[in-house]
Ligand binder design. Structure first.
Ligand code: SF4
Ligand code: ZN
Length: 310
């Protein structure tokens, strides 16, 4: 396809058409636009302050590697915050090994420290074992894995002394979570999507998502333009959840009604802000592990009890 001159620099032919704004962008202006947009999101929601130590959750996928590169480019220039990459090894034979290598090589190229934490070490069970031990398919792979991963990242951030946890979730991920919560009637959780950092735990760690206002396809394009390596292996336990159907639904709407995702995101923002203030879930400590929990036993301990049958 023959594109017009870049709408920003007006010098080089555009290689990317940003449908919702009508702009053509050359490689360099596209890369700058993603990094500037991330900076604006960070400022808009006060995600990072001077002197913060940021643990970036890096799985080896395009989103997390792009986030690491973008944050490194922003903060390496300013020298105002420390960055460390934390990687969680779920223990999935034949799948995780490739991404661990990709992350290790990428981090050493950027000169960023990478620490790896495994489910086996932290919970006494890896994903392969969990899949064999689960009592029924109602306990889905991704729900077990997601519960363990969130806790593993919290423990990892604590271990490396970080006070910020950054993850690469993009606008599309949040739209999907929003719709899943609506469908499941899990309205309280919508409040958790609001992008202002939530402080939690004894160390008041804050969780941030600096790509929350960026389309997934733009992160993919950024990763391609920056020659970020892609993992070729698919997780063998990836469940065909409703998430994929919602993703396809929004993608097909966006094709004919450009900007529809961004408009829905704006509605999500307003709704999640209201619900965040009305979140009445009582914060307790899990009586087994002592982590924050809305119930007497947290979901991690509950899953471990079921899987180990004790
Ligand atoms: Fe875990 Fe599901 Fe991701 Fe596989 S696809 S790594 S099971 S969350
Ligand atoms: Zn617990």
């Amino acid at each position: 396809m023959q594109y017009s001159l870049c709408s920003k620099c007006q010098k080089i032919q555009g290689i990317y058409f940003r449908q919702y704004s009508g702009e053509y962008l050359c490689r360099s202006c596209f890369i700058i636009s993603i990094e500037e947009k991330t900076s604006r999101i960070i400022s808009k929601f006060s995600m990072i302050n001077y002197g913060d130590k940021i643990a970036v959750g890096v799985s080896g996928g395009k989103d997390s590697l792009s986030l690491l590169l973008v944050l490194n480019n922003i903060f390496e220039r300013k020298k105002t915050s420390d960055i460390i990459a934390i990687t969680i090894d779920e223990g999935i034979d034949g799948y995780r090994n490739e991404s661990l290598r990709i992350v290790k090589d990428f981090c050493s190229k950027l000169n960023v420290k990478n620490e790896i934490f495994s489910y086996k070490e932290l919970f006494g069970l890896n994903m392969d074992e969990s899949m064999l031990l689960r009592p029924s398919e109602k306990m889905t792979s991704c729900s077990i894995c997601g519960t363990f991963r969130r806790r593993a990242i919290d423990i990892a951030a604590d271990y490396v002394g970080a006070n910020v946890i950054a993850t690469g979730h993009n606008l599309d991920d949040h739209l999907q979570s929003f719709m899943i919560n609506i469908i499941a009637g899990d309205v309280n959780r919508i409040g958790w999507i609001y992008p202002e950092p939530i402080y939690y735990g004894k160390n008041e760690v804050k969780k941030i998502k600096p790509f929350i206002e960026i389309y997934e396809r733009e992160i993919v394009f950024y990763a391609l333009q920056q020659n970020i390596p892609f993992q070729s292996e698919q997780c063998p336990y990836q469940d065909e959840s409703i998430r994929s159907e919602i993703r396809e639904f929004f993608n097909s709407l966006e094709e004919t009604r450009s900007g529809v995702k961004y408009n829905t995101y704006n509605s999500l923002l307003k709704i999640s802000k209201i619900l965040k203030n009305y979140d009445s879930s009582v914060k307790n400590k899990c009586r087994i592990c002592g982590h924050d929990s809305t119930r007497a036993v947290c979901s991690v301990c509950k899953n471990i009890k079921i899987l180990k049958n004790d």
